[in-house]
Design a protein around this ligand. Structure first.
Ligand code: MCA
Ligand code: AMP
Length: 506
């Protein structure tokens, strides 16, 4: 297996790899700290990572990958129900967290190992990497102390990450991403964007999803470049880092919307964005209005790329390509992409009008949904194409233009994919709720906002909107909470008893 991170030994050791606020690690320090984590993993095949936006998360994930195991990133804001599901489904051997982080009850049954970015341990697979580290790097004493660092024997098809992603119904599914998918997608993006070790990326994305973790942290590390994480997204932070030498910005459309809103009163922000080599948006459609406002104020066009948790990246506008608003660019090297009609027949026309579902095939794809063989089988056609559920047209130059989504029960809010069914189930567990339906409505900031339609158990005393939002935030995650609640006497249903969501939103 070729190394996922050749720069750990190849880049100048004193080059800064990671910076989170005041804390930074050079390549040499990252290699040592990640090597130390690897030495503590023992035989665990899967390792949960408490994925706060911190240097510890980056060290933990790199350490797990170096050791040949798979990381399961956990959203530290997940509620008990969601965490309980992920932990029982993925059955990790231990959980890695920053010292001092309080872990919730749902993780109580897991062995905990603290991550110390100052620790020193040998890199697996290096000449001095087959024995114990110089000292016990991660934890002073206790279970597992003195374990030798496992030699990384993982192959290209072995799992690197298990990332949980929502479907239309039921709890999130764990997408198993093999090591070759990570390597392929990051190298394809490097080709498209002329992304090198000289680049320094800035972003404020969460580290428990593909965008922030794979593209935003593992991407720079594979290139031997740098990443500066803002901890929390803000236009001020973006301006400061671009002013201070960062070359690329990654964000979801909500972040670009907030930049567009801030630009008129902030010439320094306009100058900083104008200086960037690349401004990249993804995870949801970037509205044309925001694209044009940013272009007008900065002279730079935001480029889009299109991906999914299950497929990593499928298309991108190239650095030397034309950033037309609304297009997500051409298929990346090695990715096969086609549009198909409802009956499976291909849409061949590059006419900017003929709509079909995007299907993809290639080394960027996941291998399976963990423990869900039926769901895995249903996601692919008989000849191995993955059904994305996204609807698109091809422009005459082959660029893909996404025009919609097959499932109305999937909502993209702030760049997070959220299943209506999951929220409905949580709402139904509230004693004040008799019936519940969830839809998405257009929102200038979030793209879509979650709307809950509620039939109260007691019409004289309906549960308040804040109480329902808190209920969902505490059980699932804050980004899954309804932003609007509407009360009804009954939900519109068809003859089969199925809720007619289109009648709700009409
Ligand atoms: C609010 N909060 C609450 C509650 N209400 N906490 C508990 N209970 C409540 N009732 C907290 C939130 O946790 C949050 O805390 C803060 O209050 C504000 O909440 P919210 O309004 O939800 O946040 P926001 O400011 O609107 O967030 C906008 C955002 C965010 C920063 C753009 O949506 C975001 O980070 N999106 C990125 C999603 C992403 O990475 N998607 C990639 C997946 P605090 O502020 O402390 O957090 S897609 C993917 O990976 C594919 C492959 C792809 O193509 O990229
Ligand atoms: P997730 O399941 O969170 O990984 O989200 C994947 C989905 O995000 C895709 O199926 C698309 O619907 C959407 N998406 C990602 N990038 C873009 C983009 N640039 N434009 C439009 N939609 C996008």
């Amino acid at each position: 297996m070729s190394s996922l991170f050749p720069a750990l030994t190849g880049a100048p050791g004193d080059r800064v790899a990671l910076r989170f606020g005041e804390r930074s690690l050079t390549y040499a320090e990252l290699a040592a700290a990640a090597g130390a984590v690897g030495g503590r993993i023992g035989g665990a095949r899967r390792v949960a990572v408490w994925a706060t936006p911190s240097v510890e998360t980056a060290v933990a994930v790199v350490g797990v990958l170096l050791a040949g195991a798979a990381a399961v990133p956990l959203n530290p804001k997940s509620g008990e129900k969601e965490l309980g599901h992920i932990v029982s489904d993925s059955a990790p051997g231990l959980v890695l967290a920053a010292a001092g982080d309080r872990l919730p009850g749902a993780l109580a049954g897991l062995e905990r190992v603290d991550v110390d970015p100052a620790a020193r341990g040998p890199l697996p697979g290096t000449p001095d990497g087959s024995g114990a580290g110089d000292g016990d790097p991660v934890r002073a004493a206790g279970a597992g102390g003195g374990r030798s660092a496992p030699v990384a024997e993982a192959g290209d098809e072995d799992p690197a990450l298990v990332v949980y992603t929502s479907g239309t119904t039921g709890p999130p599914k764990g997408a198993v991403l093999p090591r070759r998918a990570l390597a392929h997608t990051l190298d394809a993006l490097a080709d498209a964007w002329q992304w090198t070790g000289s680049d320094v990326l800035v972003h404020g994305l969460p580290l428990f999803h593909v965008h922030g973790l794979v593209l935003g942290v593992l991407g720079p590390l594979r290139r031997g470049g740098g990443v500066r994480h803002l901890g929390r997204f803000s236009p001020e932070g973006v301006a400061r880092e671009l002013e201070d030498g960062a070359t690329m910005l990654f964000g979801v459309p909500t972040m670009y919307h907030r930049l567009a809103e801030a630009l008129p009163g902030d010439p320094a922000l306009a100058a900083a964005l104008g200086r960037a080599r690349l401004l990249v948006s993804g995870s949801a459609a970037l509205p044309v209005h925001d694209h044009e406002r940013i272009a007008a104020a900065t002279g730079r066009r935001v480029i889009e790329r299109y991906g999914m948790t299950e497929t990593l990246m499928n298309t991108a506008v190239r650095a030397d390509g034309e950033a037309r608003p609304g297009t997500v660019g051409l298929p990346l090297p090695g990715v096969e992409l086609r549009l198909v009609e409802e009956d499976g027949s291909p849409v061949a026309a590059y006419d900017g009008e003929s709509v079909g579902e995007i299907q993809v095939r290639g080394p960027n794809l996941f291998t399976e949904y963990l423990n869900r063989p039926e769901a895995t089988a249903a996601a692919f056609t008989a000849d191995g194409w993955f059904r994305t559920g996204d609807m698109a047209v091809r422009d005459p130059d082959g660029s893909v233009r996404i025009v919609g989504r097959k499932a109305t029960d999937l909502i993209k809010s702030g760049g997070y994919k959220i299943g209506a069914g999951e929220i409905e189930n949580a709402l139904l567990e509230h004693p004040g709720v008799r019936e519940a339906a969830v839809t998405g409505e257009p929102d200038a900031d979030l793209g879509e906002r979650i709307v809950a339609w509620i039939v109260p158990a007691d019409p004289a005393d309906p549960p308040g909107a804040d109480a329902l939002a808190d209920h969902v935030a505490a059980r699932l995650a804050p980004h899954k909470r309804p932003r609007t609640v509407r009360y009804l006497d009954a939900l519109p249903r068809n003859d089969m008893g199925k809720i007619m969501k289109r009648a709700l939103t009409a």
